[in-house]
Design a protein around this ligand. Structure first.
Ligand SMILES: Cc1ncc(COP(=O)(O)O)c(C=O)c1O
Length: 422
């Protein structure tokens, strides 16, 4: 296993990766900036910045007009939709763009809520970000009942047995995360979708946290909906929803009359953020180029994306191993989530910790002054921080690695943390 990791880690050319991201060269108080805030939003490669500014220079217009810039805008939208279809392995007309995952989920919950009433149930999880909880809880006003699948407290994994007990013939929707943005747990999404479908319910998957870390295949998962946000995987601040075509056609969105009824545009209202959508194709192309860089034989964009994640996953796993090993040696530190390296295929390199005698805010502030960008608090995974009883004490310190981080950054972070803790 280690040999494979080292071999593949060698394949991920971190120098090539880092050269793509101009913001990584920043300094803070004379220290090189270390971006460990990926779960809150990643940095973008130069090509994303270029795509956004080129759009504004050459193509800035509204859609469907009979003139050049409008036609270029229409073509750009089609290209970005096709890029996201390759990213998620679906058809381009199953891709909906929106302001962010939260807005898309509220829009979809309102539409799904039109079909719900007393006697219907929705199953959620204690592990999820509030953006995959509150939009569904809002449907309690229809008379529908919301039930929660619990976690296994010891390792912060989802308790699938509990979920199986909560899902029944009354369940109309199961909403769950692909991975936890707080403690990094990767859920068995295929099993969650199977549980939902066996009960005749739809499965709504929040892949926001998972998207920068692993390949997503909505066809293989067979999920009904899957949402992600491009600013978490090296792109602009936008949200993307995949919906099975049959659902996008059947459900009724709240929309203005003049808006087309064609799929997927009937789910996109008003004028979208075109310049950012131009950046979406560029961020997918960045990842595909990373894949071509490590696997020149990749013949399609989807194959190149899979090659990219094939290199990213073992590289990130190696970094997570190094980080968690070092963290566990810090006196008074507790890691929340999976810490056994043999199970790292079940976690993202997103590590939540607490250190006795220090609040997460104190730790994040001390690290921030030294150039390390980490997060403190609940990051909207409010059910989880309440369930683990850390909400009243400032939540966790979250250290989030992505593939542009390095082993040297991990070692420096550990040294800084030891210095702060004293
Ligand atoms: C797991 C997860 N789901 C949903 C969201 C909300 O995403 P957005 O900011 O695109 O609404 C976030 C944002 O941090 C997240 O981490």
């Amino acid at each position: 296993m280690l040999t494979t990791q080292n071999e593949t880690a060698a394949k991920l050319d971190v120098a090539w990766v880092r050269a793509q991201f101009p913001s990584l060269a920043q300094t803070v108080n004379g220290h090189p900036a270390v971006f460990l805030d990926g779960p809150g939003g990643t940095q973008v490669p130069q090509r994303v910045i270029d795509a956004i500014s080129d759009y504004l220079k050459r193509s800035n217009a509204n859609t469907c007009g009979a003139y050049a810039t409008s036609r270029r805008t229409d073509a750009m939208l089609a290209q970005s939709r096709a890029a996201m279809a390759d990213f998620l392995n679906c058809d381009a007309d199953e891709i909906v763009f929106g302001a962010n995952m939260t807005s898309l989920t509220f829009a979809m919950s309102r539409a799904i809520g039109r079909e719900l009433g007393p006697g219907n149930e929705i199953v959620l999880t204690q592990l999820d970000h509030d953006a995959n909880i509150s939009p569904w809880r809002a449907l309690e006003e229809t008379g529908a009942t919301v039930r929660f699948a619990d976690i296994n407290e010891g390792d912060c994994t989802l308790n699938l047995n509990d979920m199986a007990h909560k899902v029944s013939s009354h369940t109309r929707l199961v909403a769950a995360g692909y991975a936890s943005n707080a403690v990094g747990t990767i859920n068995n999404v295929k099993e969650i979708v199977r549980l939902a479908h066996d009960a005749g319910a739809m499965a709504y998957i929040d892949a926001v946290h998972y998207a920068p870390h692993g390949p997503i295949d909505v066809r293989a998962l067979d999920c009904d909906f899957l949402v992600c946000s491009t600013y978490k995987f090296f792109g602009p601040h936008m949200g993307v929803l995949y919906g099975k075509r049959e659902h996008l056609k059947r459900l009724h969105p709240y929309k203005v009359r003049a808006n087309t009824d064609a799929v997927p545009q009937r789910w996109e209202w008003g004028t979208l953020n075109h310049e950012c959508i131009a950046g979406i194709a560029a961020c997918v192309e960045y990842l595909a180029d990373l894949g071509r860089h490590v696997e020149p034989a990749a013949s399609t964009r989807r194959a190149a994306l899979l090659a990219a994640f094939h290199a990213i996953q073992p590289y990130e796993r190696g970094l997570a191993e190094r980080l968690i090993r070092g963290l566990l040696a810090v006196p008074g530190l507790k890691v929340y989530g999976i810490s056994d390296p043999t199970r790292f295929d079940q976690r993202c390199p997103t590590i939540a910790v607490r250190i006795a005698g220090h609040t997460p805010l104190e730790l994040a502030t001390g690290l921030g002054e030294r150039g390390f960008f980490t997060w403190d608090g609940n990051y909207y995974a409010l059910n989880l921080t309440e369930r683990l009883d850390v909400e009243k004490d400032g939540g966790f310190l979250r250290i989030g690695l992505v593939h542009y981080n390095t082993a040297e950054e991990v070692d420096r972070l550990l040294a800084a943390l030891r210095e702060i803790v004293g």
